[in-house]
Design a protein around this ligand. Structure first.
Ligand code: AMP
Ligand code: MG
Length: 339
């Protein structure tokens, strides 16, 4: 199969026919990768089981790992789920469209393939204009996990998508780099209080300011309760190189790089601005951004991991961000990549 790259310009007259073309592919049961404000998603018609099955094949994703459904309005959330809780309404009003995914009891028309047989569905309203236009033109909810091979760093450019999925999908809508660079926050609304399944674009603190305390995965789960978020327990977001994390201190980072260089032939560094690195021809440096500027560091994280992997490094050294705000999402992805 030839994967088409549909290059968007931001000019509506130019882009509209390309969006229509992509929507026609979705409608016909095909696969289209598209930008969201978080990362590139790999979309299929969420009401078409055969189409959704193809997502799992293309990504080599295990069938037990459910997908997020993307819709364009709060009404559509109500159409595909049944949940009448006040908290859900508050969250929709505060954060949608945006990088927040809610796990809610699903209605029948959502394919069991999407939810891996669960009676809940993860659903969100993306903010990116291209994602919104695609959903609107397709006239159907779009199931879309990140558009990478299973376990790899998520794609933040169309090049990343093609690197992993060229020949396995019909098209990618190319609108340049995605603005946030890390995935959505996932909140399970079927527990009381709601459970944070994955930290992401909307910080926990912002959610708690709207609905009060939430439970975090890792907090004790009651006996007999199933593991609430399949797919979050395995090595993930990982480049081929080994990821080595260190405490976020310039001197410790320097020492960790020295150590790595004594053990591996080629070493990569995700370097915060102004931090020193050893002078060694076997070291490859990715200029990550200013430490503490989590927006910039989030936008460039997966790109950095993929860039250093391309440079054939055997290990990548990276300081570990703290457990607060958006940094929590970076920390989570790096801990999983380092497993
Ligand atoms: P991805 O689309 O690749 O960002 O991954 C989506 C993740 O959302 C999955 O790996 C699951 O952990 C989580 N998820 C999706 N649907 C559900 C659901 N119904 N219940 C719990 N977690 C879910
Ligand atoms: Mg993913």
């Amino acid at each position: 199969m030839l994967t088409q790259r549909l290059i968007l310009t931001g000019n509506e007259a130019h882009d509209e026919p390309l969006i229509q073309q992509a929507a026609a592919i979705i409608h016909a049961g095909g696969l289209v990768a598209f930008p969201t404000e978080t990362v590139y998603g790999l979309g299929a018609d969420a009401l078409n089981s055969e189409a959704v099955r193809r997502i799992f094949l293309a990504k080599e994703r295990p069938a037990w790992d459910p997908l997020i459904v993307h819709v364009d309005t709060p009404e559509a959330i109500h159409r595909y789920t049944h949940d009448y809780s006040v908290l859900t309404e508050k969250l929709i009003r505060a954060f949608m469209p945006g990088p927040l995914t809610l796990v809610l009891p699903k209605r029948e028309m959502i394919s069991d393939v999407v939810t891996a047989g669960r009676d809940t569905v993860a659903i969100r309203i993306p903010l990116h204009p291209v994602a919104r236009a695609l959903i609107r033109s397709s006239g159907t909810p779009i199931a879309a996990p990140s558009a990478n091979k299973f376990g790899r760093p998520s794609p933040t450019t169309a090049d990343h998508v093609l690197h992993d999925l060229n020949g396995a999908i019909e098209a990618v809508l190319d609108a340049g780099q995605t603005p946030m660079g890390v995935e959505s926050t996932i909140l399970d609304m079927t527990t009381q209080p709601p459970t944070l399944l994955r930290p992401g674009g909307v910080p926990k603190e912002a959610i708690e300011a709207v609905i009060g305390a939430v439970r975090t995965l890792g907090d004790p789960i009651e006996e007999g309760e199933p593991l609430p978020a399949p797919g979050l327990s395995v090595r993930h977001y990982a480049p081929k190189a080994k990821v080595l994390l260190c405490a976020p201190e310039p001197a410790i980072f320097y020492g960790a790089l020295k150590d790595a260089l004594s053990q591996y032939a080629f070493v990569g560094a995700l370097r915060p601005e102004g931090w020193r690195t050893p002078d060694d021809p076997r070291l490859r440096v990715f200029e990550w951004g200013k430490w503490g500027d989590w927006e910039t560091l989030a936008q460039r994280l997966f790109r950095g991991l993929r860039a250093l992997e391309q440079e054939q490094t055997h290990a990548i050294v990276c300081p570990l961000p703290p457990e607060e705000g958006l940094a929590r999402a970076l920390r989570d992805r790096l801990l999983r990549a380092a497993r």
